[in-house]
Design a protein around this ligand. Structure first.
Ligand SMILES: C=C(O[C@H]1C=CC=C(C(=O)O)[C@@H]1O)C(=O)O
Length: 469
């Protein structure tokens, strides 16, 4: 059963081949077509086993856009500490400038785009479990499904060389049809062997020490994180975890980035930035409390959070910083005066959305990512001192946890979430991460409990139970 029809190609393809000849290097040919709607997870799963280690999944928070990539036509990596955002932006611009786009549809989130993540702190000493990732790792998928509302699109990205024949496109279409025809959504679960909190007592002591420094006025806020190590009988499949995240955390950004033998995935409530033409959206999310067992208790907890001085202070620092960045590049800033509540399954947060209009619409989203990361929701205030404190006191490599994860297209539009409520799968192990904002009146025991709550979404999704920690 053929699912996707062969295109009537195509002058554009011939143009790409001619360009490759002239430039004497491969040139990207990108073709987009509308297809019948399908389950994005089915598409992701169809990438196995051929494209194991070369897949990604992205669903935005409102569920308006889902983008899934299988196969990697090109992988952009960067390990430079200071300039990774700027370099990535330049490299992508150069690459896309030479490309030949056959995208008459030209819808956002279709056509050539790169998806991936940036590490939290490139100056942190890399731990072995993060070996497969660079400080910036973004994939240009070979096959990409975009689902927006009732519409679905397939993008095919081919790196053409001078001697490619036109029928290469037919071969790609045959391949994707074969993969889809052979696939089913039979996803196997996995058995957890062991769950281990890494040095929890030491972590509490560290929080106390940092609180001491905050009281002396050395800093205003530091976000401290810790990790859980989980062992499995066999190497866990990201498909299973992703399926769980999608059903268990429907109101979050859901992402998966498979690279070689690793997969980084999660369900984050926090947008870092979205850019659509001149419109910029960001989110201030900081200050947390659990969910109530009843509606009444839940509402009471929410009111308690809204009135809590410590949490309001933590939140205010994030609002100020994001506002300052947006004011540098945008006009018509829209910022509510008071935070509201964002409720997800296990936790509720203080939440302030912020938007503006960028003065120059060809400013790439990566400019905003560079300026915003890390906000004080993940780093602290002042930024540099807090980053040093995190590096010194956490004694772990956050890797992509708490970093920006998302996509950008040929026009520099896109969306990045903050990769929290996330974890890394590496062979038979999984590493889950959770952190919390520490201010001068923080209490280490309450912060510890807060991180326990923040582990829950991933722990549940990998097949574990919250009582295990
Ligand atoms: C650092 C995390 O959460 C951040 C985002 C929202 C609320 C936070 C808080 O209340 O501390 C944190 O700043 C995490 O989930 O690992």
């Amino acid at each position: 059963m053929v699912i996707i029809q062969k295109p009537k190609i195509n002058i554009a393809f011939q143009e790409a081949v001619l360009k490759a000849k002239k430039l004497n290097r491969p040139v990207l040919f990108s073709h987009v077509r509308k297809i019948d709607k399908m389950d994005p997870l089915f598409f992701y799963h169809a990438g196995l086993p051929l494209y194991q280690g070369e897949r990604f999944y992205w669903k935005d928070k409102g569920g308006e856009t889902t983008i899934v990539g299988i196969g990697s036509s090109f992988i952009f990596r960067n390990d430079l500490k200071e300039s990774r955002f700027e370099d990535m932006d330049q490299e992508w611009k150069r690459f896309i400038h030479e490309a030949v786009l056959d995208d008459g549809l030209s819808e956002a989130a279709t056509g050539p785009l790169i998806f991936g993540g940036f590490s939290f702190d490139p100056s942190q000493k890399k731990e072995v479990e993060w070996t497969d990732f660079s400080q910036a790792t973004l994939q240009l998928p070979t096959f990409m499904l975009t689902v927006k509302g009732d519409n679905a699109y397939l993008t095919i990205n081919i790196l053409c060389s001078s001697h490619d024949e036109e029928d290469i496109i037919d071969k790609y279409i045959e391949l994707i049809n074969d993969l889809l025809n052979q696939s089913s959504l039979l996803i196997t679960s996995q058995t957890l062997k062991d769950t281990m909190e890494i040095a929890p007592e030491q972590w509490k002591k560290t929080v106390d020490e940092v609180v001491g420094q905050l009281k002396m006025g050395e800093m205003e806020k530091v976000v401290l994180a810790r990790k859980l190590k989980v062992s499995f009988e066999d190497s866990p499949q990201s498909d299973f975890i992703l399926q769980n995240l999608l059903t268990q955390q429907p109101d979050s950004f859901t992402f998966s980035l498979e690279v070689l033998n690793s997969c980084f995935l999660g369900a984050s409530p926090e947008r870092l930035v979205k850019k659509t033409g001149e419109e910029i959206f960001s989110t201030c999310l900081a200050g947390s409390i659990g969910r109530g067992k009843s509606k009444v208790e839940d509402r009471q907890l929410g009111q308690e959070l809204l009135a809590d001085h410590k949490n309001r202070h933590e939140h205010h620092l994030v609002v100020e910083m994001i506002k300052n960045v947006l004011e540098k590049y945008c006009k018509d800033i829209d910022l509510p005066k008071q935070p509201s509540l964002m409720k997800v399954r296990d936790i509720q947060h203080l939440y302030t959305p912020i938007k503006g209009k960028v003065s120059s619409s060809n400013t790439s989203i990566l400019k905003f990512v560079e300026q915003l990361h890390p906000t004080p929701a993940l780093g602290g205030v002042p930024r540099e001192k807090a980053m040093e404190s995190i590096k010194e006191s956490e004694k772990m490599d956050r890797g992509l946890y708490a970093g920006p994860i998302g996509w950008l297209d040929a026009k520099g539009n896109g969306e990045f979430a903050v990769a929290i409520r996330s974890g890394l799968i590496n062979r038979n192990h999984s590493y889950l991460y959770a952190g919390c904002g520490v201010v001068s009146d923080s209490n280490s025991e309450s912060e510890y409990i807060e991180t326990k709550i923040k582990f829950r979404p991933m722990l549940r999704a990998i097949g574990g139970h919250e009582d295990e920690i």
